[in-house]
Design a protein around this ligand. Structure first.
Ligand code: UD1
Length: 422
């Protein structure tokens, strides 16, 4: 068990490059199951979730090797179509194996994912979409048994909400289905566009990625793919807030500022000076941020996965901010940890009222999930004295060498075994 010890009060300066997007890489790894042979993925972040998805693929029969942010995956002809509970529990994204396993062999056994720190997180839309394509589901002893006796067939699918995971599951089933699938109210996230770019390289026929109407013409077979994962907008956004909260100046490189349009706009409203080019942006933080209201929404709205970092920033604002969380029903659970550091936050159902305080004061806190963990480290960079962030494996799920990168920007922090003397 390790913790991150942060000493606050040092503005971050310099430049940092971001790696490939976690939420794109994970789904592209699953997409590989659609075609036997050797697949290659570049710009893959060295994070825990990629290792976990590698274990899911290996359980199914693939062989993965990872070196220098390149991932090679050999997919066999015959798959073992299952994802066990210990892996699904650790990473809910494993549920997207349903589509490709059904498409390849007409059967899948996947442990039913429970809720997590962000709320109940049902998968009804995933199942509904695949059902329309001919799949049948039964829940036996906590395992979802999926069958498509006559193979998956093209269908009209209309999502109740533009769910990222449901869009991906339907897409991954539809590419090898018999006939055409039209997906209405599809998620428009850049990670979906990148998944489609990879699938097209594998021979899939897809139109409309990045819009809410995606059309897939099923093909008989796909070939192995090679692709470079798009930059991680959440990693980029986290470094943007790190600059903002410390009153520093950071240039974030190898990223797509256009994918963070709303988040950068809110940072500007908070008093940051933001400049950008095609694949970089820079943030100059104010001495004290101004209060800002925002609501999380599907892309191109404010990303829910940037909400905790922004709340850390607004906790030291010169006034009161009101945040509405529209994606998850329990995403403010981390607020109590920020309050231990002196933040003044009231949460009620999907709203949080953040009354900015003049200073935070360092203390031991626990990272409850990936982004809240990052936000507590950012709060520690601003706080007086030392903050010890525990349960750092959550941060490792989404950030490669988070501590090293913040150190390279002048942050005073280190990682050490829990309880070790400094
Ligand atoms: C993905 C991202 C996650 C991000 C989220 C929203 C990955 C690995 N994770 O998660 O980081 O926060 O998109 O941008 O890519 N829902 C249902 N029924 C369903 C499916 C979803 O009710 O069948 C609900 C969920 O509980 C949640 C909301 O819809 O409240 C959004 O979920 P979704 O867009 O599916 O997110 P994920 O794909 O799980």
């Amino acid at each position: 068990m390790e913790e991150i010890i942060v000493t606050g009060g040092y503005p971050l300066t310099g430049s940092v490059g971001v790696l490939g997007a976690k939420n794109a890489a994970l789904k592209q790894m699953v997409a590989m199951l659609l075609a036997p042979g050797t697949h290659l993925l570049g710009n893959v972040p060295g994070i825990l979730d990629v290792a976990l998805m590698g274990r899911v693929l290996e359980h199914i029969g693939a062989v993965c090797s990872f070196a220098g942010n390149e991932l090679t995956v050999e997919v066999p002809d015959e798959l073992r179509p299952e994802a066990p509970l210990d892996l699904v529990r650790q990473m809910r994204a494993s549920i997207v194996v349903l589509g490709p396993l059904l498409a390849r062999g007409g059967v899948a056994r996947v442990a039913f994912p429970g809720g997590d720190d962000l709320g109940a997180r049902p998968i009804d839309m995933h199942l509904d979409g695949l059902r329309r394509m001919g799949a049948e589901f039964e829940l036996e002893h906590g395992v979802l048994i999926a069958r498509a006796p006559g193979g998956l067939k093209g269908a009209e699918v209309s999502l109740e909400f533009p769910s990222v995971g449901a869009t991906e599951n339907v897409l991954l089933g539809a590419v090898l289905a018999n006939g055409e699938t039209t997906l209405h109210n599809a998620a428009r996230e850049p990670e979906i566009e990148d998944l489609v770019a990879f699938l097209v390289k594998m021979g899939a026929r897809i139109r409309g990625a990045g819009t809410s109407l995606i059309t897939v013409e099923g093909v008989e077979a796909l070939k192995p793919g090679a692709h470079t994962v798009l930059p991680d907008r959440l990693e980029a956004g986290t470094y943007a807030v790190a600059a903002a909260i410390t009153g520093g100046e950071v240039r974030v490189e190898q990223c797509v500022p256009d994918h963070l349009r709303m988040e950068l706009r809110k940072l500007t409203e908070a008093g940051c000076m933001v400049d950008f080019g095609e694949d970089w942006f820079s943030v100059l933080g104010p001495d004290r941020p101004s209060p800002v209201d925002f609501a999380t929404l599907p892309f191109p709205g404010f990303h829910t996965d940037m909400q905790p970092q922004m709340v850390a920033l607004l906790s030291v604002a010169s006034g009161t901010s009101v945040i509405t969380e529209n994606i998850y029903d329990a995403r403010f659970r981390y607020a109590g940890e920020l309050m231990r550091m002196g933040a003044d936050i009231t949460t009620e159902w999907q709203h949080a009222v953040i009354r900015g305080v003049e200073k935070l004061s360092g203390c031991p806190v626990i990272a409850p999930d990936i982004r809240a963990g990052a936000s507590l480290v950012l709060a520690g960079l601003r706080a007086e004295g030392q903050t010890a962030v525990g349960e750092v494996h959550h941060i490792d799920r989404g950030y490669e060498d988070f501590v090293g990168r913040l150190q390279s920007l002048g942050g005073h922090l280190e990682r050490r075994p829990v309880g070790a003397a400094s």
